[in-house]
Design a protein around this ligand. Structure first.
Ligand SMILES: Nc1nc2c(ncn2[C@@H]2O[C@H](COP(=O)(O)OP(=O)(O)OP(=O)(O)O)[C@@H](O)[C@H]2O)c(=O)[nH]1
Length: 258
């Protein structure tokens, strides 16, 4: 059978990333409370393609994934990337895994338990030139109360749900739970999946006592991360879905440990 992918391409252009995108696949994630958590990921897998080849071999990505079925977790990341590099004769390989992660959380007063969903993403690269790189990202819903609104209003203050995204590079393994906590502690109040009335009173008052701009939240997260010598790089951003404006408020910080 003719192998079209391996034919010569005359345009003389290297491709940075080529592969498969949005593969839904079962994975396991390390769960601090329960050992492991089973979830379903959306996976992207790419390699570089040298100028001389017409196409990459798409089926090999899925074959590699299937070989890791049942033990596809963050500890296997470098092995999957090595397999991609080797089987596709590539200089660089990229693996991106996005998944919902669930943490059981008790409401603040009545202690009623609920499952909070956090969208997470682990992205890894392996290249002959730059070696191995891994980034872990969490997306954490938060509540913020506007400090300005609270100051200038005779009654109340506008408050809203925001989405904070924290991405880190680190030296030693970090729990997703710890990254989520850092963000939640920087909010006016954290978000829960289940609140009874006494809890609702508590979160309303806590947010009011702790007003934050988007700038305050990203700065508080950055301040905390700068104390942590395990973290070598981070990005944090917050988007507030403003309740009094028809647009979002947004702030972003990126830092490398020098
Ligand atoms: N490279 C490439 N392949 C595509 C694309 N769209 C579909 N395919 C198909 O992906 C299929 C798998 O390709 P390969 O992995 O090279 O299949 P194969 O030759 O049987 O596998 P190997 O023997 O391992 O190379 C082929 O049938 C391609 O036609 C595309 O945009 N690019």
């Amino acid at each position: 059978m003719i192998d079209v992918q391996s034919q010569y391409d005359h345009r003389n252009i290297n491709i940075d990333k080529v592969g498969v995108k949005n593969i839904r696949y079962p994975i396991t994630v390390m769960d601090r409370k329960n050992g492991v958590q089973h979830t379903v990921a959306s996976i992207n897998m790419y390699v570089n393609l040298p100028r001389k080849f017409k196409g990459t071999h798409m089926s090999r990505f899925i074959e590699i994934l299937n070989e890791f079925y049942g033990h596809l977790d963050i500890r296997e990341f470098s092995k999957i990337l090595e397999a991609m590099q080797e089987r596709l004769n590539a200089q660089s390989a990229h693996l991106e895994i996005s998944f919902p992660y669930f943490i059981e959380k008790a409401s603040p007063v009545t202690g009623t338990s609920g499952l909070m969903e956090y969208l997470c993403r682990v992205s890894g690269s392996l290249s002959h030139q730059d070696g191995y790189d891994l980034v872990v990202e969490v997306n954490v819903p938060i509540t913020t109360v506007c400090p300005c609104s609270r100051e200038i209003s005779d009654h109340g203050a506008h408050n809203q749900r925001g989405m904070a995204r924290l991405a880190v590079r680190f030296k030693k393994f970090m729990w997703i739970e710890d990254l989520v906590r850092i963000v939640e502690e920087a909010a006016s109040c954290e978000v829960y999946s289940l609140l009874k009335r006494p809890d609702e009173k508590y979160v309303t008052e806590k947010g009011y006592e702790n007003p934050k701009f988007v700038e305050d939240v990203v700065r508080d997260v950055a301040y905390e991360l700068k104390q942590n010598s395990n973290i070598t790089w981070f990005q944090v951003d917050v988007e507030n879905f403003e309740s009094i404006h028809n647009h979002s408020a947004y702030a972003f910080i990126e830092r490398y440990r020098t």
